[in-house]
Design a protein around this ligand. Structure first.
Ligand SMILES: O=C(O)c1ccccc1NCC(=O)[C@H](O)[C@H](O)COP(=O)(O)O
Length: 389
């Protein structure tokens, strides 16, 4: 088979991680993502549709499953890498070097340790989502969706705020903590903050639901929705599996964040369709030109967020928004009537004016407003005027 090398033929290779194997499975070192056919079942988002079909049993069947999972994981990473995605998915069966031996030095050196904070978050999310899916399989979620209250128009609310004020529509973030800044607000009542944001003129709210790194929760999202806050709600999560979108819908989300640095194109396409099916808006977040170009090539995207924060290094630079909206990219965005959201690092009216000048019609702001004793008044400080009237 061209492009593939069977490890069976390499002297000195052992398969000690699979003691029950009499015959070592057929392993390959894949040289490029073109070595394997693109099978829908290889993608996490798609596997989420049939979680019940994967048997977690041990024994020989369990080992075979582990091998398959490892292969799928490797394949996912290769597809992702071919699209310039640096964030790898967590290896499902331990350090790849056990299986690959001296052949792949890259994997031996770095295979089992996250390379940066975003990768760490994604690897942790993988474990968390598997556990949650085990407790609440997709079929059981679907039943709740039938009875969930209707979603609200997230994009419409941003457009309306922009036309009303002439300023970017505000997505105000309910954010207790972050990996880069630590605790932002000790006295944190998510419902009180959400209500203050609404009163202060926010068009929409963003609610962090990640517990480990942001001290958020789905309970916060649910509580804000149940408290009667009218602003549409973005579920700010690290989505790696379609299951999370269904779960967010049940917990009261009107929109979902999809991060291009984490998700391959096919996953974004598929997840955007699921969002539409569930009545949710998808905010697809990019950080660099390559991600922007990938996302602009995907049909049906209405909302793009440009994150000024590099999620691998924490570096924040608001000129990133301008850079990504210059030239042909900006033109294409206007042609497609896509709403762009400037995200992160916005603290002053000058910052807001700068990203508006660059072409955004909305901004997503956390730290600068959540830290104020009255977060609603923080909004007036951010825009240099009261935008609630
Ligand atoms: O905020 C972080 O430290 C962070 C670290 C790793 C991944 C994501 C992170 N933040 C998510 C966001 O992009 C922000 O919460 C959002 O854009 C608001 O930013 P800010 O106004 O600077 O709080």
């Amino acid at each position: 088979m061209e492009g593939l090398i069977s490890l069976k033929s390499i002297p000195g290779l052992s398969f000690q991680s699979f003691p029950s194997f009499n015959q070592p499975p057929k392993f390959f070192v894949r040289r490029s993502s073109m070595d394997l056919p693109l099978r829908r079942s290889n993608f996490p988002a798609i596997r989420a549709q049939q979680p019940e079909t994967i048997s977690p049993k041990g024994g020989e069947g369990g080992d075979a499953l582990k091998v398959k999972e490892w292969e799928v994981g490797m394949f996912q990473n290769e597809v992702a890498a071919s699209q310039g995605i640096r964030i790898r998915r967590r290896p499902s069966t331990g350090p790849p070097l056990h299986y690959v031996g001296p052949f792949e030095f890259r994997l031996q050196n770095e295979g089992n340790t996250p390379r940066n904070i975003l990768e760490e978050i994604v690897w942790h999310k993988d474990v968390e989502v598997s556990q949650m899916k085990g407790k609440k399989p997709l079929v059981s979620l679907k039943k709740f969706i039938d009875n969930a209250p209707p979603t609200r128009d997230f994009v419409g609310a941003l457009k309306a705020a922009h036309s009303r004020t002439g300023l970017p529509g505000l997505i105000a973030e309910v954010k207790k903590a972050s990996p880069s800044r630590g605790i932002l607000r000790e006295n944190f009542d998510p419902v009180e903050i959400a209500q203050a944001y609404e009163k202060g003129g926010a068009a929409c709210l963003s609610v962090l639901t990640d517990e480990k790194y942001f001290k958020g929760s789905f309970e916060n999202l649910e509580a804000i929705r149940n408290a009667g806050v009218k602003c549409p709600l973005l579920c700010k999560e690290f989505v790696i599996d379609a299951w999370q979108i269904y779960y967010a819908r049940i917990k009261g989300a009107d929109a979902i964040l999809l991060i291009a640095a984490v998700l391959p194109d096919l996953d974004i396409r598929y997840m955007v369709k699921i969002c539409k099916m569930l009545g949710l808006a998808a905010l697809v977040e990019v950080h660099d030109e390559r991600e922007m170009d990938r996302v602009l090539g995907i049909e049906g995207i209405e909302l793009i967020g440009i994150n000024n924060r590099n999620l691998e290094t924490f570096e924040v630079d608001i000129s990133n928004t301008k850079k990504l909206l210059e030239g042909e990219r900006g033109q294409l965005i206007r042609q497609k009537d896509i709403i762009v959201v400037g995200e992160s690092g916005l603290f002053t009216p000058d910052h807001v004016a700068y990203v508006q000048e660059a072409g955004v019609k909305a901004v997503l702001v956390g730290e600068s407003i959540v830290k104020q004793s009255d977060p609603g008044k923080g909004i007036a400080g951010l825009f240099g005027k009261d935008i609630s009237v």
